[in-house]
Design a binder for this molecule. Structure first.
Ligand SMILES: *Cc1c(COP(=O)(O)O)cnc(C)c1O
Length: 254
C-alpha cells in the first residue's frame, strides 16, 4: 500500500509503471479487449503539488484528474505546467456557479461529473462563451448505488439526459457515463453492483437510442478496484493514491 510520505520522482515513475502494467493485464484478460480500446488512465493529482504532476508527465502521463475547481485552475495555470500537453479531467462535484471558472482552465479536456440537465445547460453556456470550435467532452455521472446523498442522474433518466445534451447543448460532446459508487465493496460477495449498474445503464441507453456501445465510454474504477472495473467494462479509470501515495486527510474548499 501507499505510504503517507511525500512522493518522489522515483516513487511516481514506479507507481505509474505498476498501475499501467496492472491495467494492461486486466484489459488483456477481459472479454472487452475485442469490444473496446484499452482503458485510459487518469492520474488523480488532487492535493498534490504541480511539481508532482510534472514528474508524472515526464514519465509519459497525459491525463490528470482534479476534484476542486479552484485547485484545478491554480494547478493548470502553474508556470511549470501551463505549456505542457496536459489533458485535465474534472472529477469533483460541480456547482453551476463554478462553470465559468472551470471552463477557464487551460487544457480542460473532459468534465466527468455532469449530474443534471441544469448543470449541462450551465456548462454548455459557459463553454460557448469561449467561442472555440472544439466541443467540451462530458460524461454524465450516474447514481448507481441509489443512495440519496450521492450525486448523479438516476440510471433510468440517462437516455433523456443524453438527448438533452445532444439537442440543447451544442457546445458539449457526450462521451459516456461515470460512477463513483460505494466504497469498500467486498468482492468475496460477488461483482461490484455499481459497476454492473453502470454497464447495464450503457446497454439500455444504446438500445433505446440506437447507438453503438463502443461509442459510449464508462468511467469507473479507482486505486482499490480498477482491476475489477476493467473486468466489468471500464474505459476510463481514475487512479490517485496508487500513483501519488496517500493523501493528507484534508478537504480543501472548491
Ligand atoms: C480521489 C478520487 C479518485 C482517486 O481515488 P484513489 O483511491 O486515490 O485512487 C477517483 N475518482 C474520484 C471521483 C475521486 O474523487
Amino acid at each position: 500500500m501507499s505510504s503517507p510520505s511525500s512522493p518522489t520522482r522515483e516513487s511516481i515513475s514506479g507507481g505509474l509503471e505498476t498501475v499501467r502494467n496492472t491495467l494492461q493485464t486486466a484489459y488483456r484478460l477481459s472479454s472487452w479487449r475485442e469490444k473496446q480500446p484499452e482503458p485510459r488512465l487518469v492520474a488523480v493529482s488532487k492535493t498534490k503539488p504541480a511539481e508532482v504532476v510534472r514528474w508524472a508527465y515526464e514519465s509519459g502521463q497525459r491525463h490528470f484528474g482534479e476534484n476542486y475547481v479552484k485547485e484545478l485552475v491554480e494547478k493548470a495555470n502553474d508556470p511549470s505546467l501551463a505549456s505542457l500537453d496536459i489533458r485535465w479531467h474534472f472529477i469533483g462535484h460541480l456547482q453551476r456557479n463554478k462553470c465559468n471558472s472551470l471552463v477557464s482552465t487551460p487544457g480542460l479536456w473532459m468534465v466527468e461529473t455532469v449530474d443534471s440537465d441544469r448543470l449541462a445547460t450551465a456548462l454548455d453556456s459557459s463553454w460557448r462563451k469561449k467561442q472555440t470550435e472544439q466541443r467540451l467532452r462530458i460524461y454524465l455521472q450516474v447514481n448507481t448505488s441509489g443512495e440519496e446523498a450521492k450525486s448523479g442522474c438516476q440510471p433510468q433518466d440517462i437516455p433523456r439526459s443524453v438527448e438533452h445534451v445532444r439537442n440543447n447543448c451544442p457546445g458539449l460532446e457526450f462521451r459516456g457515463l461515470m460512477t463513483i459508487g460505494r466504497m469498500g465493496h467486498d468482492y468475496a460477495t460477488g461483482p461490484n453492483p455499481d459497476f454492473e449498474v453502470l454497464a447495464r445503464t450503457r446497454e439500455d441507453l444504446c438500445s433505446q437510442l440506437g447507438v453503438q456501445p463502443r461509442t459510449v465510454e464508462l468511467s469507473m474504477g479507482m486505486s482499490a478496484d480498477f482491476t475489477q472495473a476493467v473486468a466489468a467494462g471500464s474505459s476510463n479509470v481514475r487512479v490517485g493514491s496508487s500513483i501519488f501515495g496517500a493523501r493528507a486527510p484534508k478537504t480543501p474548499s472548491s
